[in-house]
Structure formats: C-alpha cells, structure tokens
Design a protein around this ligand. Structure first.
Ligand code: ADP
Length: 590
C-alpha cells in the first residue's frame, strides 16, 4: 500500500525517520526507504510481517498483548503515542528507537502509523552523561584509592556504554599493565583475561592502547576489520579465540591530566551490535580526562600524605630532641647548682683552713719565740757558770754543764725547725731563684757535713757530675734540703756504712741523689715520711735528734721551687733520696 496523496507520498519517501503503516491486524502494509538505512531491511521485506518482527524477542509478547488490548478496548497500558524501544536490525544489532504511533481510517478500514526515529546517538550521549554523573563524583574523590575507582569505572561502563571495557595503567616502571577488564558476563571476563595471559599484547603495537598511551590521542574504530584482528593474532588458535569474542567496534581514550598520560580506557562493542563513532569521542575523552585527574590527584594526595608523614616524623624527632635538651639542661642546671654549693663549701673550708693555718702559724711562731727566750737565758747562764764567773766548778759540774748546753742547742734546733715549718706552711718564705750549678751546691754542703760523717765512721763518696747541670732555685733553700738529706743519711746509717752523692738530669730537671747503706724504709712508709712529725721508728733514730719535720720542710721547699723529693729504699740495705729541680733555661730566663 502506498499513501495515495502525492504530497504524502513524497514525505513518506524522503523523511529520515522510518515510517511504517500497519493494518488492524498489526501487520505491516507499508514501510518507507529509511527502514533500510536504520535497520537494514528492504521496505518490501517487512510487508505482511507483524511490527514485532523488528523488535527484539523479549518485547514481542508484550507488544502483541498490548496491541490486541488496544484494538478491542481502546485502552493503552503504555502511552503508545510515543515510546522508546530497541529495534532489531537485520544484522541482529539492537538500535535504540523512539516510536510515535498514530491511526487513521481509509475506505472504512483502520490503519496505524508508526514514525520511528533512530535515537542511538542521543541515547549513547544520555547514557554517557548518566554514566558520568554516576562515576564523576567517585573519580573526583577517590584519594589514594584511585585504582579501585578506575576498576569501578570499568565495571559501570558495561553494559551501559559498551559490551567490554578495560583500563590500562602505566606503572612506575613505565610499563603498561591492565588494571581492569569488565563485561556483563563474568565468564567472558575470565575468558578474555586468559587470552591476554596466554597471548600478552604487544607493547609496541602501532594502534590500540599502546599507541593511545604513547601519543595521548584517542582512537575510534567504528567497524573493526577482520584484517585488524588477524594482524593482532599471534597464531591461528589466537585468531580463533579473538574472533570468538565477536568484537565489532572500539574506542580507546587516554587517561590523561595536566599534560601527562597515565593510561587508557578502552570500550569495545561486541554482542550488542552497537557501534562507536567520532561523535562519541568528546564524551569518552571527558571520561578519560576525569579518570586522569583522579590518578593525578591520587599522586598529589600521596605526596601530601608522605610530606605530612615526614613532617610528623620530623616534629616528633624535634620534640624528642627538645625534651632531651630540656632534661639535659635541667641536669646541667642541677649539676651547676651542686657545683656552686661545692665551690661555696670549698671556699668556706679553704677560708676556714686558711684561718686555722694562720692561727696555727701565728701560734707556732709566737710559741717558738716564747720558748727561745728562756732557752737563750739557759744558754747564757750555762756560759756564765762554765766561765767560772759564779765561782770555781768541778770537772763533773763542767761535763753536766756541757750536757745542759747540748740539750739547749738541740731544743733550740727543734724550735727552729718548727718555726721554719710554720713559715713554709704559711707560704711566708721568699725564694730568690737564680741560676746555680748543682755540683757546686752539693760540694758546699759536703764541706759542711764531711767532718761529722767521718766522725761517725761512715765513708763518703761524691760521684762527679760531669758537665755542669744548671738549675733554677734558691741557693739557701737547696742548701737546707741537701743538708737535711745528708743529715738523715748520717742519722740512719750505722758505723761502717757509706753515703754517696751524685747528680744527673733529664730534659727538664736536674737531680741530686743521696744514697746511704742505712737501715732503709719499708715501702708503705716511703710517702708518709714526708708528712710532718712522722718518724718511722723513734727507737731506731739516734737518740735526741729530729722532730720529724725535716723531710716535710724539704719537700715543701722543693715543690715551692718547681721541684720535688722522692724516696726509694730497701729495708736493711739502704735508701736513696732524689731531689729534682727545674733546669735553668737560658732562653726563658736571662
Ligand atoms: P727526723 O729526721 O727529724 O726524724 P725527717 O722528716 O727528716 O725527720 O725524717 C722522717 C723520718 O723518715 C725519720 O724519722 C726516719 O724514720 C725516716 N728517714 C729519713 N731519712 C732516712 C734515711 N736516710 N734512712 C732511713 N730512714 C730515714
């Protein structure tokens, strides 16, 4: 049947929409040429067939029932004037259609018209927008979890946008890896994953994901030519597997943001028969851009997290260091306080000691002075009696007077020692330090004591010192020390023993050695004998001599001049006393 009117005839033939006229049985009586373009059928092919023939199987029963109900009751369950329904194309594809129905009567018969519009592009666009509105917020707020978000993106894309979807990501090593593959049927996903595992795709391929990632440019293939699949296949079996997937059309867009490509999103149409075209690009690229931003932001987020963690660690470390420094400061403060207390105490004790020492020295000085006056009187009266000025004296009385004189001198010596010691201790002595040859001082001293040594039947040797050794010291004090050492040697060496004197030097000091073959000193006493009033064994010393002050005075004098005295001894064999004095240095003292 053709519309009778020429005007309608022209409209019928030229309208880009598909126009179908059906009779009251619901059978097609006419279809315009657009049916070929939209669904792939020849118009004549449909005549006599029910309209449901161009509907997917699942809609047919509902369509029949609804149409019959309308014919008998006039009621429409759906708004039949305009419905959205997929059409079934001749090649089995489903094409989204928008159908508007009308009816008219002609020659007493009822006819129905269907104006059918291909809305694939609009549908695809609205699907994509719906999709974007679903995944957009997730992509924008994925944080570190961008990988999970991209997997979700791949899942949501099927079957809304495509039959297959895949997300490939460039790893830190620069290599591409598949993050996700999705299909409505999980079995197909497993199958595709297995194919990929057995025949990994070529990373250097000149098309598809590798090329999109390399160039940052999208690819659209509306109809995948079989040659392309043959080119991809590694062998016949591989080709068979690929063909079994029924891939028809694909679009691959870069996942890209801020000039950097992070991977690619691939959408493939297969079983549904849908096709991609250049028109799909803007929306898909937008999707790729949002996915790229998600990856980019994840990087920023990770960097921020790392920086934050680093800062936190540094802050903790700083806090620890501050605490340590604080406790150290507190400890130091405590120690400083302790030190101050100790210093105060020491100062107080030193002052006390100095005061006590002063008092002691003053006491000793005045005592000595007080004692010397009566002693001098004793000496005077002994002299008076000895001279017979009080009358004649007998020989016995003379020898008694001699003993008194001897004791008086001894006592005077002791008092002088104490006075001397008091002065040394009080630091009141003055030292006239000068250059002096040790050998000469030693010889001076020898001449003073030799008669006594010989009288005690002790032999004496003086070992020549060779080159003169010059020291810097006070001659009188050195005399006093050496005389004390020689006197002790004499005191503690029995008749028949020997005393020897020698001198030598090191780089810094000149030394005088006084050796004797006397009674010797126990090793544990070698130091204590230098303390005041110490005498190892009073009974062993010759009676009536010494107060135990000689060595104490001598060491103090030696030390005051920058030298020292030490003793070495073997009990029963003898002792050696070594006096050291700083060597005279011509460069320092002129
Ligand atoms: P003093 O000779 O008046 O007792 P010193 O201070 O000179 O006092 O000597 C202290 C003590 O050291 C002596 O009493 C003696 O026990 C011991 N001593 C000193 N020189 C010798 C020595 N050459 N041999 C053995 N003992 C000695």
């Amino acid at each position: 049947m053709q519309p009778a009117d020429a005007r309608f005839h022209s409209l019928f033939d030229t309208t880009p929409d598909l126009v179908i006229i059906m009779d009251a049985e619901g059978l097609v009586v006419a279809a315009n040429p657009s049916v070929k373009r939209i669904l792939g059928y020849d118009p004549g092919e449909l005549v006599g067939a029910p309209l449901s023939a161009i509907m997917p199987e699942r809609y047919r029963t509902a369509h029949h029932t609804g149409f019959k109900r309308y014919l008998s009751t006039g009621s429409r369950k759906l708004d039949w004037t305009s419905i959205q329904l997929p059409g079934l194309a001749a090649d089995g594809r489903e094409v989204p259609l928008s159908i508007s129905f009308g009816e008219f009567e002609e020659g007493g018969r009822r006819f129905f018209t269907g104006i059918i519009r291909d809305v694939s592009v609009e549908k695809a666009r609205s699907d994509t927008l719906t999709f974007l509105s679903q995944v957009g917020p997730a992509l924008a707020s994925s944080g570190l979890e961008y990988q999970a978000t991209l997997r979700k993106l791949a899942e949501l894309a099927v079957p809304l946008l495509a039959d297959w979807s895949a997300v490939d990501i460039v790893g830190d090593d620069g290599k591409l890896s598949r993050l996700a593959v999705a299909h409505a049927d999980p079995a197909k996903v497993a199958f595709a994953t297995e194919i990929e595992a057995r025949y990994p795709s070529d990373p250097d391929a000149k098309f598809g994901v590798p090329q999109v990632v390399r160039s940052g440019k999208s690819e659209v293939v509306a109809d995948i030519p079989e040659d392309l699949l043959r080119g991809v296949a590694k062998d016949a079996h591989h080709l068979e597997l690929i063909l079994s997937l029924g891939l028809r059309s694909y679009i691959a867009v870069p996942i890209r943001a801020h000039g950097r490509t992070y991977g690619a999103l691939t959408l493939v149409q297969a079983d549904s028969g849908r096709r991609f075209s250049e028109e799909d690009l803007p929306l898909m690229e937008e999707l790729g851009r949002r996915a790229g931003l998600a990856v980019h932001d994840a990087g920023l987020y990770r960097d921020a997290l790392e920086t934050n963690q680093l800062l936190e660690e540094q802050a903790t470390e700083l806090e620890q260091q501050t605490e340590e420094a604080q406790s150290l400061a507190e400890e130091m403060e405590a120690q400083a306080e302790e030190l101050m207390t100790t210093v105060d105490e020491l100062r107080r004790k030193t002052e006390e000691a100095a005061a006590a020492n002063e008092a002691k020295s003053a006491f000793l000085a005045s005592m000595s002075h007080e004692l010397r006056t009566p002693l001098n009187a004793i000496a005077g009266y002994v002299e008076l009696l000895s001279l017979g000025l009080r009358g004649p004296i007998t020989d016995d009385q003379r020898s008694d007077l001699e003993r008194i004189r001897h004791s008086q001198r001894h006592l005077l010596g002791l008092i002088n020692d104490v006075l001397n010691f008091a002065k040394v201790e009080a630091g009141r002595l003055e030292y006239r330090v000068a250059k002096m040859a040790l050998d000469i001082v030693l010889k001076d001293c020898e001449s003073m004591v030799l008669p006594q040594i010989h009288a005690s039947r002790i032999s004496y040797t003086h070992e020549e010192c060779g080159e003169p050794i010059f020291v810097s010291a006070d001659r009188d004090r050195v005399h006093q020390i050496i005389l004390n050492l020689l006197g002790n040697a004499m005191k503690f060496t029995p008749e028949g023993g020997s005393i020897s004197a020698a001198c030598d030097h090191t780089d810094t000091v000149g030394r005088v050695h006084i050796r004797d073959t006397g009674i010797g000193i126990e090793s544990d006493k070698l130091e204590t004998i230098f303390e005041p009033f110490v005498q190892v064994d009073r009974s062993l010393s010759k009676p009536g001599q010494g107060a135990g002050l000689g060595l104490a005075i001598s060491r103090s004098l030696a030390r005051a001049m920058g030298g020292d005295i030490v003793a070495e001894s073997e009990p029963g064999v003898g002792s050696t006393f070594i006096l050291t004095l700083p060597r005279w240095d011509d460069d320092v003292r002129q």
